[in-house]
Ligand binder design. Structure first.
Ligand code: AMP
Length: 668
């Protein structure tokens, strides 16, 4: 048992070390802040539960990351520590309880409350008022000497003229980037903290000076004399010495009051010019701070009360209407940028017209946004109390931005109109749909053209380089190489991957056409039915689409959608042109597997798996699917409510009948 726990612990510490390096040293994290914090918490909890666990690389022992070899090292006179985290009220109650136990006193503690600016900390040593050393936190004991880089930041005074400045004092604070400046460079960094860290730790200070970094001061490290009583008093002094301090610093007594303030602040943090990921509470009395001291990696007298990592509040600036590949109009809220678990969110989906009506979402509203896992950020609810009385109900446009009147389809099964409003799918005639179709065409599961991402498609579309998918194969690479951000190498790389994509299998080709209701699995079925590109073209020209209805997996919806697609002349032209340019091959069928030479047919509803997925599984194991009960069939697989006729036929022919479980047992 202990061995298992130790193994798990070691694995987590190793993982932590890897991400710690990416986070602090390389400024290129690959996991979110939420995952990073969770990993830290997991390790801490394991250590709490099993006292025999310990490692020098644990987050309870190590801080940040050792200084980079690019810079001269500098030993901090007073360690630059981390902060413990609190997420729940209970964590705060425990924090105060521990302090009072440690002090063995029953007093009402006063806290200095400060926004936890999400940047990277830096230490500035002033000798006789002159900025002499500027250092990064590094691993807490040793940092990197980056004085010249820090001097490029305007908020950092090079000289302090006030008489009351100690002979030697080390001022600590946070280097960060404002949200508006981050917006300009956000494509290069995961979040503002990485932008600040990456820019500050450049070898060449000239590079640092190009990024508008800011500095907020919040504490001192080493000082040759200490005349201050309270943290709040010291913060005021910092201001008088010429430092920028936060306008939101405050003094609060009592855990309930801290908690309420946190709740309120969380709802307005989007209004700050910079990113914060929580509030820091510090025991205000410097004398008590001294008595409390430090654990191995954090002060006992301070805690960071983090904001939720999966939701945040923000204000809706506008509601944009986006048109998808199949014509669905999706309303998207443009919100004031807010950091949710390490990712800056400025768009949140509102799903559809009905959702806006139901929640009565309006421009100017303060809303709660959720971003959990990889799900697209979406608006959960409106904070009605924040409404000023001037806002108006949102009028969902009845027209697509392309000008066509939109429609709501009637669903025959539910006997209700769809919640989604659509541009009637006229294909390439709607400009919005056309771009989306091209984006789909190049995507991974379709033609898979590396180097031609969605952004590039949009750019080429705006420049009128492409209007239809076939235009991709007739690009002017000379012109492309002279575009901003391009060169001859990147243009020739693009050419290479476009040429490479020309060889494609029929199923991928069909899928890439982006016909509504024809997903990857349906495309495979149609590819198998039509066999090769020539008969695929003839099949649709001769309008034999209805024959498909007899194939398992294809229903009326798919047939109707295919008919509609091939009634459109532009679509036919696109398909014909592409078939001339591309080298479309037959679908590759797996030849080895447990189900080789075994054929199946399904009837009835399967549990926890779609028909398409079930077919894929059979194909992956080299089996085949047939569409009618004949002697060629080996197994009839029955789900819920199978068609009696098929079961009877199978029985008459002596074909084996399997339940879903028996079927899946055939190949595990
Ligand atoms: P962590 O990086 O999670 O260990 O959290 C500690 C860090 O929070 C410090 O090293 C600072 O970079 C940062 N921080 C931001 N604002 C403050 C503040 N007002 N007081 C102390 N630390 C702060």
């Amino acid at each position: 048992m202990n061995k298992e726990v130790e193994k798990k612990y070691k694995r987590k510490v190793k993982e932590f070390q890897k991400h710690n390096k990416l986070y602090y040293d390389k400024s290129t994290p690959v996991i979110s802040d939420r995952e990073f914090d969770k990993l830290k918490a997991d390790i801490i909890n394991l250590e709490k539960k099993y006292s025999f666990l310990s490692s020098a690389n644990s987050p309870t022992k190590s801080i940040g990351f050792k200084p980079s070899k690019n810079f001269e090292k500098f030993k901090h006179k007073v360690q630059m520590l981390s902060l413990s985290n609190a997420f729940e009220k209970e964590d705060l109650i425990n924090f105060e309880k521990k302090i009072l136990n440690y002090l063995n006193e029953k007093i009402a503690l006063e806290y200095s409350v400060e926004p936890k600016v999400d940047g990277i900390s830096a230490s500035l040593t002033y000798l006789n008022g002159n900025l002499t050393y500027g250092v990064s936190r590094g691993d807490g004991s040793e940092g990197e000497l980056i004085t010249n880089n820090l001097k490029t930041i305007r908020d950092i005074p090079h000289k302090i003229l006030k008489k009351n400045i100690p002979k030697e004092i080390e001022i600590r604070g946070e280097v960060f980037i404002e949200k508006k400046d981050f917006e300009k460079i956000k494509d290069n960094f995961a979040n503002p903290r990485n932008a600040a860290s990456g820019s500050l730790r450049q070898k060449d200070p000239k590079v640092t000076s190009k990024i508008p970094l800011k500095f907020i001061a919040y504490t001192f490290g080493f000082t040759s004399e200490n005349k201050f009583k309270n943290q709040s008093e010291f913060l005021n002094e910092l201001k008088s010495w010429g430092f920028l301090t936060s306008d939101y610093n405050k003094v609060i007594k009592g855990i309930d009051e801290l908690f309420t303030f946190h709740e309120q602040f969380e709802k307005k943090r989007f209004d700050l010019n910079y990113d914060i990921d929580g509030l820091v509470y510090k025991v205000n009395s410097l004398q008590l701070q001294k008595r409390l001291g430090f654990t191995s990696n954090a002060p006992r007298w301070a805690i960071a009360h983090k904001f939720s990592a999966d939701h945040a509040y923000s204000e809706i600036l506008n509601i944009d209407i986006q048109v998808g590949r199949t014509g669905a109009l999706t309303p998207v809220a443009k919100v004031k940028p807010v950091n949710i678990g390490g990712v800056v969110v400025s768009n949140a989906t509102l799903h559809n017209e009905d959702e806006i009506l139901r929640k009565d979402i309006r421009i100017g509203d303060t809303v709660k946004i959720e971003r959990a896992g990889d799900v697209i950020p979406h608006v959960l609810e409106v904070d009605i109390k924040k409404r000023d009385g001037k806002s108006e109900k949102f009028n969902f446009p009845k027209k697509c931005p392309c000008g066509f009147e939109t429609i709501k389809e009637f669903n025959k099964i539910t006997k209700k109109y769809d919640a989604v409003r659509r541009c009637p799918d006229k294909g390439f005639e709607c400009e919005k749909i056309a771009v989306e179709k091209i984006k789909h065409f190049i995507s991974k599961d379709a033609m898979n053209i590396d180097g031609l991402g969605k952004k590039v498609v949009e750019k080429f579309w705006d420049l009128k380089f492409i209007k239809f998918p076939q235009d991709i194969y007739n690009l002017d690479y000379q012109k492309i190489s002279s575009l901003d951000g391009w060169g001859s190498q990147s243009a020739s790389n693009l050419k290479f991957s476009i040429e490479n994509s020309k060889k494609v299998t029929l199923d991928k080709f069909i899928f890439s056409l982006g016909i509504r209701h024809i997903g990857i699995e349906n495309a495979k079925i149609i590819a198998d039915f039509t066999n090769n590109i020539k008969s695929f073209l003839n099949f649709f020209k001769k309008d034999k689409i209805k024959e498909l209805i007899n194939i398992d997996g294809i229903g009326e919806t798919q047939v109707k959608s295919l008919e509609k697609f091939f009634q459109n002349k532009t679509n036919i032209k696109v398909v014909e042109k592409l078939s001339e340019i591309l080298n479309v091959k037959e679908r590759e069928v797996k030849s080895k597997g447990k189900l080789k030479n075994v054929s199946f047919m399904f009837t009835g509803k399967l549990q926890n798996i779609s028909r398409a997925e079930a077919k894929s599984l059979i194909e992956e194991n080299a089996g085949s699917i047939v569409s009618s009960v004949t002697k060629k069939l080996d197994y009839l697989v029955t789900g819920e409510k199978p068609t009696n006729r098929k079961v009877e036929q199978a029985k008459n022919l002596g074909i084996k009948i399997l339940t879903q479980k028996e079927w899946s047992d055939l190949f595990n």
